[in-house]
Design a protein around this ligand. Structure first.
Ligand code: AMP
Length: 485
């Protein structure tokens, strides 16, 4: 899971400031690496491993000039990650194109073997964006005329949709314009906006609406599944529907990924989390158990914690203080080290636990490492009972569309009853949201008729083309940590 932003500004403007403030706003979508490519006579790039503020310094601002820019933040992978995989990527020849994406190409290995293998093309990275870039650029180059038209871009997007499988929202620039396309099923988010300034109109496309908010843009709208945008020499936004698949946005964006102040496909993430908390509160009441306090695990569970507590009629309290400076620079070679990281990240406030029956609320339980450690801490702080609650349903299947979740074998809920999970995690009780309740809660917060991708909960992959080979390729990539989108 990654974040991107692309800008098309008035001719004499510089887009770099908006790109960087946008990237800072989506730093939560990726802390592993950051990069920007701009165009001014030629492509200029600055990319590196680390946080946005670590990669970019004042001296880079002078060089990264131009009214066209694309930026990216990369999601943390296991291990250090390769700097050759840092996005955006670009080509100077045969057509000048820069590109960044969020998602995962599920037939990456197959394309490497066939489309690229047969032409004796060797990819320069382990990043699946590279195949999207080559397929796109190749199609654009075959129509090469000047200036590039919306028809040319549409043909190139169509070619990508035909050859490249999976979920990928893409943004980028050429020497004269900005393009974006949302993946055929719209699994990954993609929103566009504009702002009027004395210099002229700026257009931006980004992963989350918060990017547009902080950079002063007004949201125009989310791109639909399979839709593309092109703004070229005429400076007019052209939108075309290229794909014809049903829209299946990722429900985990609402659970965990997106910022609570984001609005995705018309649904406020904050409102969705509040509704998820309310529903789980009702479910807790139905168990007949009694609790004294709800303690959300920061940051994502906070919004839901408030409503869950309201529903049960107990206070919601901050029982853990999160040290936001413990990042992934803290390398975790084994379980013991991972547990130490969790302890360093979340420090408890004893008075919120001592003698109380506590509900610890998290957004999700994946491997169970966090929860096991948190339950242990709660007991050390003298909690009388520890009830563990997850406002999402049990995670059971790997995400093949770009969320680095773990492989099938590692899900704690897989093959276990709730009682067994509680025992495994050391809790007195484990309460999950049911899948229908979870879907209904997110729908209730916005769009009543929306259908989601919920593959990680039920194992049904909406692209319908997932083979065992793809799953094992993606799982071995995860193990080898080459995911980059
Ligand atoms: P685990 O310790 O493996 O059970 O991880 C669960 C915790 O990780 C929860 O607190 C979630 O907020 C968080 N989480 C869920 N999904 C992800 C993800 N894809 N990447 C990083 N953290 C996640």
């Amino acid at each position: 899971m990654c974040g991107f932003i692309s800008i098309f500004g008035p001719p004499e403007s510089n887009a770099i400031h908006d790109v960087l403030s946008g990237l800072l706003a989506i730093q939560h979508r990726g802390q592993d690496a950051a990069g920007v490519v701009t165009f001014h006579d030629r492509f200029q790039a600055k990319k590196g491993l680390g946080l946005v503020r670590e990669v970019f310094q004042d001296k880079h601002m002078q060089r990264l000039r131009g009214h066209l820019a694309v930026g990216h933040v990369r999601y943390p992978t296991v291990g250090l990650g390769e700097d050759t995989d840092v996005q955006p990527f670009w080509l100077d020849y045969p057509v000048g194109v820069a590109m960044a994406h969020n998602g995962n190409v599920t037939n990456f290995h197959e394309l490497k073997r066939t489309y690229f293998g047969q032409r004796n093309i060797h990819l320069g990275s382990n990043c699946d964006l590279e195949v999207v870039l080559y397929v796109f650029a190749d199609a654009l180059m075959r129509r090469a005329k000047h200036p590039v038209t919306v028809d040319d871009v549409q043909v190139a997007v169509q070619e990508v949709f035909t050859r490249v499988k999976g979920a990928y929202s893409v943004v980028g620039i050429t020497s004269e314009g900005m393009y974006a396309f949302r993946d055929p099923y719209g699994i990954k988010p993609c929103i566009y906006g504009k702002k009027e300034t004395p210099e002229g109109t700026f257009y931006a496309v980004a992963s989350e609406s918060v990017v547009l908010d902080v950079a002063g843009y007004q949201v125009v709208r989310d791109l639909k599944a399979g839709e593309m945008l092109w703004i070229g020499k005429d400076r007019v936004p052209h939108i075309r529907q290229v794909g014809d698949k049903p829209h299946r946005p990722c429900i985990f964006e609402y659970v965990y990924f997106a910022r609570p102040d984001a609005v995705l496909d018309g649904t406020s993430v904050h409102a969705a989390r509040m509704e998820l908390g309310r529903r789980l509160g009702k479910a807790f009441r139905a168990t007949g158990l009694e609790a004294d306090v709800v303690i959300p695990v920061p940051e994502s569970a906070r919004n839901a914690g408030v409503t869950m507590a309201e529903e049960i009629g107990v206070p919601c309290r901050e029982g853990f203080v999160k040290n936001r400076y413990v990042g992934r620079t803290f390398i975790m070679p084994n379980d013991k080290a991972r547990q130490a990281t969790i302890r360093a990240k979340l420090n408890p406030i004893r008075s919120e636990f001592e003698g109380r029956r506590v509900i610890i609320l998290d957004d999700s339980i994946v491997r169970g490492n966090t929860s096991r450690q948190i339950v242990k801490i709660a007991r050390q702080m003298g909690a009388a009972k520890v009830y563990l609650a997850s406002y999402s349903a049990p995670l059971l299947f790997p995400c093949l569309y770009g969320i680095d979740m773990s492989t099938k074998r590692e899900f704690v809920a897989r093959g276990r009853t709730n009682e067994e999970i509680a025992k495994e995690l050391g809790a007195d009780h484990v309460l999950y949201q049911t899948l229908p309740e979870m879907v209904d809660a997110v729908r209730a917060a916005g769009n009543r008729s929306i259908e989601f991708c919920k593959a990680c909960f039920e194992g049904i992959y909406p692209t319908g083309d997932i083979t065992e080979q793809m799953i094992s390729d993606i799982e071995s990539d995860r193990m080898a940590a080459s995911n980059c989108g």
